[in-house]
Design a protein around this ligand. Sequence first.
Ligand code: ATP
Length: 265
Amino acid sequence: MSYIQLEHISFEYPNQTLALDEVNLNIDKGQKVAVVGENGSGKSSLFLCLCGIHHAQTGRYILDGEEQKCKRKDRNKLFRKVGYVFQDPEVQLFASTVEKDISFGAINAGMKGEALQACMDEVMEMTQTHDLRKKPPHQLSYGQKKRVAIAGVLACKPEVLLLDEPFAWLDNQQKKNTIQVLDHLHEQNKTIIISTHDINFAYEWADKLVVMKEGRVLATGHPQGLLDNEDLLEKAGLEMPLILKLTKKLDLDIRPNTMEEFLRV
Ligand SMILES: Nc1ncnc2c1ncn2[C@@H]1O[C@H](COP(=O)(O)OP(=O)(O)OP(=O)(O)O)[C@@H](O)[C@H]1O
């Protein structure tokens, strides 16, 4: 049995927009998953259902062997297990200082004293938010807000991390730093699910790709296999990753995983 199982999940907003339409999905513990698809294909709605903010009207959501129900106590447990970093950090940040914002969820979950301090030091170091800790979040740049939002979720030590467009507004250095943070979490066997429009990143980073269109899962599998399929790319409105374009153009038989590997060929 997979760690996360979605069976025929459908979710409709109150205005009757069907955002998820019979979604079936299996994700193993410790997997690095990239969810890709055009604007409005249902990526954020999927994340909102996975973390318990939305509850699907039909279908079954099973996490770690337990079916997730809409009851308050089940949802509180789900909130602790699955951390969601919103696409827009402004939706997430609310406290008067960065430090208070980052620690809010952890304190709510019962962390205190030395354990809290150690956790804060660790996540602020990881996300390079230490120097910002006394500032009010509204005075930060968007990229800084994004890092604070990630830090706040990490402080709660979730088993599953959902990141909606984590690199939006980040400069190149901060993007690299965030990828390092993700690699570190992967080493701790956390399950990481990212939604992204960066197909080159998805190709290099993910060990599972989920391709969405109009609320449906069009395909799942290893990025190397899926992103080579021109019919699928056209149907999903996706670009072929640069590495695959180059290997095709040069008529190479190999399929390097990363640009570094490609350059060594
Ligand atoms: N709060 C809402 N109320 C009604 N409809 C919504 C709401 N949020 C999203 N939708 C609709 O649900 C569908 C899926 O949207 P969703 O935000 O999940 O897509 P997405 O793949 O995350 O898009 P993007 O790449 O632009 O972030 C779209 O048709 C969208 O217009």
